[in-house]
Write a protein that binds this ligand. Structure first.
Ligand code: ME8
Length: 653
């Protein structure tokens, strides 16, 4: 089976924001899901570059519309890789091939009498780039742009959309899944219950030149929507006359468009009737989602609350952003973004639930099964009701995930996975492997419990390939699984993990988010990347005024020790932190904010001075049992030490 999934092509008058990222992630996740089913997928996104809005923005920037479009289009392209969005085609409406298709379609419809010249007087909104009807106005203003439209009379070309109204109503009624969710289908049917007006598809060059010239009248350029909608076909190599290209005949019949509610009408009405007039079958489905608001307020440049996806990715990693957006929004309804909600979900679902399940299981494999998939010996380690429950739930999870993905219910698909994550965490507690480990007679049972957990993790990772590709891969690598995953081949319990296979040591999937690293992803509110005094590295210069003097007794309360660093590694997702294993003389972990100044290997073997009696604190999910002393000077950081080698744990006084 093939799938062709598309996002809207985005206007290049604004930088990519959270809303654009959401639609694109939805389309990407759906594409990945189809690939995981073994289907062939084509995924197209791109930019919409003609029209008033772009011309006006370019003028304000003092550059040509083409240069302006090049600049902003490149931004839309550039956010894809960091969001792990893997498109097959990025289309631009200024591409020559696209422009040729638009002109050929216009010519065809003109010749067959579907496009006619006529007088038109109306109320034009520049923000919407269209004439508005009286009914659409609210208090005389455009409801979207809150500005009064301008009365204009001009000659223009019109697409006789009304000819196809009857056909469209029948098509929507005969195909209940054509527009989903149902509320949007009903909205379109209700709109179609009134007679359709014909669609003005030209703009006089006296008013706008930044557009595709009409092939039959050089005094006009094409209305931006007529141009833009055709991207879905031109991107497949469609051309109006002659045979459909191979790409086209493969993919057009299975086209699924993903859009938000703001552009329902152009997709449900303009585009479908254009296709009918062109003699091309309608797309297969239109998936319509709601709007992201920010802290319950409409996202808008003027309010200054536009969320930039790149800021979120830099701070939390793209898997977490993808997870949050797909888990938080019920597809079709509006949703509100807030950093608090983001961090709450990150800490509870990712760091606690999934992250802990993974690291606990990995630790148990190392401790109780020699770091390998345990060998299951027949007769040893009998199955219990808890095992049967876990196996059935893991199995059902894969089925449920697929059912929900088919319906674009991403939040429910993820809920299904997290139910098993939570059940697995309970399974650990109920089976208490650490207790089983104390009794050699229970070794078989211990190994079965560990095997069941590894197999559940494998099944959890499988659907996660769709939403969190990096995490899924990290889990698979740790479990010794390689190769392209497939839902049918790998979605059942058992038979994939190799008994005796080495389980690699891995870093935590989601270190707990440390508030101190906060960078606001809301434009205009970005805090400077404070190089905050790392909580575990002292660097301030000493004041000597009366208020800051301490008594000898106070000083004596601070337990300073020489510690020898025996291992050091970078802390995942942090630029500042190194995790040090030190002996002082007992082994302990100290997380130090020195990663910008020291490579982990430079630290091993060094003796440092630590505050040994500092209350333990968690940094990026790792418990730090002490603080390394260091001095900062001339932009460099120098860790404190002693002038000769001393026994680890020696007191500094
Ligand atoms: O309309 N919440 O481009 P556009 C969720 N060029 N999604 C949002 C959003 C929000 N707050 N804001 C924007 C156009 N989007 C035309 C499309 S297609 C042939 C031409 C997303 O840059 C959502 O997908 O205004 C919405 O439909 C789209 O961006 C509008 O992008």
């Amino acid at each position: 089976m093939n799938t062709y999934v598309t996002t809207p092509i985005f206007y290049v008058n604004a930088e990519p924001h959270l809303g654009h990222a959401y639609t694109t992630i939805v389309a990407d996740a759906y594409g990945r899901y189809q690939r995981l089913k073994g289907n062939t997928v084509r995924f197209q996104t791109g930019t919409d570059e003609h029209g008033d809005k772009i011309a006006t923005a370019a003028e304000a920037a003092g550059i040509t519309p083409q240069a302006y479009a090049d600049r902003v289009s490149a931004m839309f392209r550039a956010v894809c890789p960091p969001l792990q969005v893997e498109y097959d085609n990025f289309i631009r409406t200024t591409d020559a091939a696209h422009q040729r298709v638009v002109q050929a379609v216009l010519q065809k419809l003109y010749e067959q009498g579907d496009i006619v010249l006529s007088d038109y007087s109306g109320l034009y909104c520049q923000g919407c780039e269209r004439f508005l009807t009286e009914k659409e106005l609210q208090g005389g203003l455009c409801p979207d742009h809150l500005k009064p439209p301008v009365a204009i009379t001009e000659q223009n070309y019109f697409f006789k959309m009304s000819r196809y109204q009857g056909w469209l109503i029948e098509h929507i009624k005969a195909n209940p899944d054509f527009i989903t969710p149902e509320r949007y289908r009903n909205e379109v049917l209700s709109f179609l219950s009134e007679p359709l007006e014909d669609l003005c598809i030209s703009r006089p060059t006296s008013r706008l030149t930044w557009g595709i010239p009409l092939p039959f009248d050089k005094n006009f350029v094409t209305y931006v929507w007529f141009d833009a909608l055709l991207n879905y076909l031109s991107g497949l190599g469609y051309f109006p006359e002659g045979e459909m290209s191979a790409e086209c005949s493969h993919y057009w019949p299975v086209a699924e468009h993903v859009v938000a509610k703001d552009i329902l009408k152009p997709h449900a009405i303009y585009w479908t009737t254009m296709l009918k007039a062109m003699g091309v079958a309608p797309y297969r489905k239109l998936h319509v989602h709601g709007y992201w608001n920010v802290n319950d307020t409409k996202m808008s440049k003027s309010i200054g609350n536009v969320v930039r996806p790149m800021d979120l990715v830099e701070k939390y990693g793209s898997d977490s952003v993808r997870y949050f957006l797909l888990r938080e929004m019920s597809f079709g309804l509006d949703s509100s973004f807030s950093l608090a909600a983001f961090e709450a979900r990150y800490n509870s679902d990712l760091a606690n639930d999934l992250g802990n399940l993974f690291s606990r299981t990995m630790a148990m494999v190392q401790k109780f099964a020699g770091g390998k998939v345990p060998l299951l010996v027949d007769g040893e380690g009998e199955s219990t009701e808890l095992d049967r429950q876990l196996i059935a739930a893991a199995h059902e999870m894969v089925q449920e995930f697929c059912r929900q993905m088919e319906e674009f219910h991403f939040h429910r698909a993820l809920q299904a996975v997290w139910e098993v994550v939570s059940l697995s965490n309970k399974y650990i507690v109920s089976n208490a492997p650490w207790e089983l480990a104390k009794d050699p007679a229970k070794r078989g049972r211990l190994h079965l419990v560990i095997y069941n957990l590894l197999e559940t993790l494998r099944l959890i990772a499988l659907p996660l390939n769709v939403v969190m590709p990096t995490t899924a891969l990290a889990m698979q690598v740790a479990l010794g699984i390689s190769g392209r995953q497939n839902l049918a081949a790998h979605g059942k319990w058992g038979g994939i993990l190799q008994e005796g296979a080495v389980i690699s040591l891995s870093t935590p999937l989601f270190p707990r988010f440390d508030q101190a690293d906060a960078v606001s992803p809301v434009a205009g509110q970005t805090k400077p990347q404070q190089v905050k005094a790392p909580k575990n590295a002292v660097s301030s210069s000493a004041k000597t005024d009366e208020d800051t003097l301490i008594t000898f007794d106070e000083f004596k309360r601070i337990d300073l020790r020489v510690a020898t660093v025996v291992a050091a590694e970078k802390v995942a997702k942090s630029d500042r932190l190194l995790k040090l294993t030190v002996e002082a003389p007992e082994r302990r972990t100290v997380v130090a904010g020195i990663a910008e100044y020291y490579q982990p290997e430079e630290m091993v073997g060094r003796q440092v001075i630590i505050v040994a009696n500092l209350k333990p604190t968690k940094l990026m999910g790792i418990e730090s049992q002490g603080m390394v002393l260091a001095a900062k000077s001339g932009g460099q950081l120098f860790v404190s030490t002693v002038s000769g080698e001393v026994d680890a744990g020696s007191k500094v006084a």
